[in-house]
Design a protein around this ligand. Structure first.
Ligand SMILES: Cc1cc2nc3c(=O)[nH]c(=O)nc-3n(C[C@H](O)[C@H](O)[C@H](O)COP(=O)(O)O)c2cc1C
Ligand SMILES: O=C(O)C(=O)c1ccccc1
Length: 377
């Protein structure tokens, strides 16, 4: 199948699936209740960070090269000692039971089928063991939210090792939940509804520490443990000592923090502002990328997320030095619309647009994409 076949296949009368991010978002809005949709779609505060993510992409334009024979494309990347066919990852997104009863296992199965690394959130509806069972041949990374009771954190890391996860992704921008105005408007908290049960309720250390087995105690304990503002680089150093798995830090925006990550022996960096859901008024994730790439200088992989909604966005992130990108909201909308099949469609469409764009820009590989020239308007 050629790339243009895929585009034309999408132009048919029966059951068209939304391709543009704005159409996906619109379709998900029609399908989901106001509370869950608002939770997924919105950003923190006045949503300046959310807007900055998109503005950052739209400020850049590609200067394409031609007549370079782009008939053979190699879009593969290497991460965690493995090769993957696309430069895409699934960003960790919590509480997938909110979008579809099949939840995280459906996403992991899509990841397995497409050979795209899957990062599972701590606050999942299904546990990491359930996900490992559903998609045993997927490459899975475990996203860790530190727990106030740090024995829970170490217990989860140990479980991730046993369940065949390839790395720990420690999210550092969420020592407490952001100021989510839309959720207050809608009086909606998926945490309070129990959508984050999976990993906690199957954790022996977490359950042992509960005062009783009521639903309210479980919810209160999850909320209490997620709040961990005391966390520092010392915790990162300790975590590094206590696991053999590679550790990626997610949420790096300042080059000095990238430098500290390297000094602490971190194995990879995810440049991210959490999709505009944490601190408002923050630099667009793509705008933070170049100075971090400069500091890292190829020593560890740099992955970018926040606002990557099309194949063109993927290309721009690579041209600015990212090794790979992670996709958040688009796959969540795909899950809401059509479960595993919807997740697959969304990721395939982004990938196919990326391939067409790579070729039309005059590049044949990820290495060449990273050398493309962008201008900032
Ligand atoms: C509904 C939702 C839940 C999320 N949950 C988590 C989470 O549990 N852990 C985490 O590190 N990031 C979480 N994120 C942030 C994503 O990993 C990612 O940084 C963000 O979605 C990227 O931006 P994008 O949605 O614009 O692609 C969540 C994002 C969304 C939209
Ligand atoms: O909603 C989120 O973005 C998120 O990361 C999160 C953090 C803590 C609890 C639940 C969700």
């Amino acid at each position: 199948m050629t790339n243009s076949d895929l585009l034309l296949q999408n132009i048919k009368a029966e059951k068209p699936f939304p391709i543009a991010f704005s159409d996906l978002e619109k379709a998900a809005k029609e399908k989901l209740e106001v509370g869950p949709f608002g939770y997924i779609q919105s950003g923190a505060g006045n949503e300046q960070t959310l807007r900055n993510n998109r503005t950052a992409f739209e400020k850049y334009s590609i200067t394409p090269r031609f007549l370079r024979d782009v008939s053979q494309l190699d879009t593969s990347i290497s991460l965690f000692g493995k090769t993957f066919p696309t430069p895409l990852l699934f960003a960790p997104v919590g509480m997938n039971g909110m979008e579809h009863p099949d939840g995280e296992p459906a996403v992991a199965k899509a990841a397995e089928k497409l050979s795209i690394p899957y990062i599972q959130s701590t606050v999942s509806t299904y546990s990491m063991e359930d996900v490992a069972k559903a998609a045993p041949n997927s490459t899975r990374l475990f996203q860790l939210y530190w727990s106030k009771n740090e024995d829970i954190s170490y217990s989860m890391v140990e479980r991730a090792e046993k369940a065949g996860f390839s790395a720990i992704v420690l999210t550092i921008d969420t020592v407490m939940l952001g100021w989510r105005t839309e959720d207050v408007r809608n009086q909606f908290s998926p945490l309070k509804l129990g959508f984050a049960k999976g990993n906690y309720m199957q954790d022996p250390v977490f359950t042992e520490a509960l005062p009783d087995d009521s639903f309210d105690s479980y919810v209160a304990s999850v909320i209490d443990n997620i709040y961990h503002p005391h966390m520092t680089w010392e915790h990162v150093a300790e975590l590094k000592m206590r696991t053999t798995l590679p550790i990626y830090l997610k949420g790096i925006l300042h080059p000095d923090d990238a430098q500290l990550a390297l000094e602490n022996g971190i194995d990879g960096i995810i440049v991210s502002n959490h999709g505009g859901r944490q601190l408002d008024g923050v630099i667009g994730s793509l705008d933070a990328l170049p100075s971090i790439v400069e500091v890292v200088a190829g020593r560890v992989p740099v992955i970018l997320d926040s606002g990557v909604y099309s194949g063109i966005d993927v290309l721009k992130a690579l041209a600015l030095g990212a090794d790979a990108v992670a996709i958040g909201r688009p796959f969540v909308y795909g899950l809401a619309l059509a479960g595993q099949a919807g997740v697959e469609q969304v990721m395939q469409n982004i990938y196919e647009e990326f391939k067409v764009s790579l070729a039309l820009a005059g590049a044949s590989s990820i290495a060449e994409a990273r050398k493309l020239q962008l201008v900032k308007a």
